[in-house]
Design a protein around this ligand. Structure first.
Ligand SMILES: Cc1ncc(COP(=O)(O)O)c(C=O)c1O
Length: 391
């Protein structure tokens, strides 16, 4: 595992390469990490908004509110996370949570352990802190804890480890419970902070939920969001921090925009505290994503027999597939895919500085293509991936 002291190249990492054509009728992008339009609770949020505006506290919902978030929303998140509400800070989404936590914890020149492959926008946020990177291999079972332990034993001293333990972006992998326990032990032994970012946690469509990294530990910060359940346009997320970190993060927030929208928090809290509603919204979303993931997985093996390796994820929005051809030219294939009416994420865009580059992998997302169109989209993908020699 090579250490890299280079800051993130934000332009290359954030943009996922050339943008796909927009507004093309019938374009079926297989890359999107945005939630499916059909899974978003439009009717439920509209009723919640009407209740807020028609209720006795309507004017309060349009007023300033506390830096940490409204009491109703913090209490709901605290119950959901099984921590005291005082440990919760409401933010404008997971990326905002990451920027607050990284700003509070990191100084220029610090070393940060990141997954390889990694969620590239987290690297963009980290890039603002001018840190160095310790890439840690991440495979079908999530972060490779043995590789991390070896690097630590070899003298690497990260201040922070950033991880997506549930239905990882881009691999779709989930870190098993014993590895989570070991990760927390390593953090406590070697004195680093785990920043666990879990926006896909509610989207498990098969298998058993894995407990989160323990919030009992002073080494764990949890970051999460309503983006993948209620909608990213709400810009509503949260931090569950150890008590040692909360004052610094709260101070930073107070010196930025003070607080997340009181109105949006009130609408979300109304939906969340209506008995059974959030469970129904997320159960429907899970069923939809499960059907789409299975359709995508089956279509890949039908359209690309023997040429692709891809595990069926147990949740989330991504399928990470390995193209088995010799030295595939995925950038050229992606340009062809755009002309054919689809899109995919090229593995190298998910490589941290010093990482392996994932040269044969592609990330496929299930957010934007309805089940009925999955086979068509995958047919276009297969054509785009056809090697030059077969053309
Ligand atoms: C791992 C991960 N973290 C954070 C985010 C961003 O979440 P939010 O919209 O809440 O900022 C995403 C969105 O794709 C993500 O995949």
């Amino acid at each position: 595992m090579a250490l890299s002291r280079r800051g993130a190249d934000t332009t290359a990492l954030g943009g996922f390469g050339d943008p796909p054509p927009t507004g093309v009728p019938g374009f079926l992008p297989l890359t999107s990490g945005t939630p499916a339009a059909e899974a978003l609770p439009v009717k439920e949020l509209s009723e919640a908004a009407a209740d807020v505006l028609g209720g006795p506290a309507a004017a309060d919902a349009l007023q300033y509110s506390g830096v940490e978030g409204t009491p109703e929303l913090r209490e709901w998140i605290g119950r959901h996370e099984e921590v005291a509400a005082e440990r919760v800070l409401v933010t404008n989404g997971a990326l905002h949570s990451l920027s607050l936590v990284f700003d509070a914890l990191l100084d220029p020149g610090d070393l940060v352990a990141v997954e390889d492959p990694v969620y590239p926008l987290a690297l963009r946020v980290l890039g603002r802190s001018h840190v160095g990177y310790l890439p840690v291999p991440t495979g079908p079972d999530g972060l490779d804890i043995d590789a991390l332990a070896r690097a630590l034993e070899g003298g690497a001293r990260p201040k922070v480890l950033y991880t997506v333990p549930d239905f990882h972006n881009p691999t779709g992998a989930t870190l098993p419970a014993p590895a989570r326990t070991r990760l927390v032990e390593l953090a406590e032994t070697y004195g680093f902070t785990i920043v666990a970012d879990s926006p896909y946690r509610e989207l498990r469509f098969s298998g058993e939920q894995v407990p989160q990294p323990s919030a009992e530990s002073d080494a764990v910060v949890r970051v999460n969001s309503f983006s993948k359940t209620l909608g990213p346009g709400l810009r509503l997320g949260w931090i569950v921090g150890p008590r040692r970190l909360l004052p610094a993060v709260t101070r930073l927030r107070a010196n930025q925009d003070q607080h997340s929208s009181t109105f949006t928090q009130a609408i979300a809290a109304r939906l969340l505290t209506t008995p059974g509603l959030f469970d129904r919204v997320t159960a429907d979303a899970r069923a939809l994503y499960g059907r789409r993931a299975r359709a995508l997985h089956a279509a890949l093996h039908t359209a690309l027999p023997g040429r692709i390796e891809a595990a069926l994820p147990e949740g989330g929005l991504f399928l990470w597939a390995k193209v088995l051809d010799d030295d595939p030219d995925l950038h050229t294939a992606r340009t062809r895919a755009h002309a054919l009416g689809t899109d995919f994420g090229v593995g190298s865009h998910f490589s941290p500085p010093g990482g392996t580059g994932s040269p044969a992998h592609i990330r496929l997302g299930i957010g934007a293509v309805p089940e009925a169109d999955v086979a068509t989209a995958v047919g276009r993908l297969a054509e785009a991936l056809r090697p030059e020699t077969a053309r």
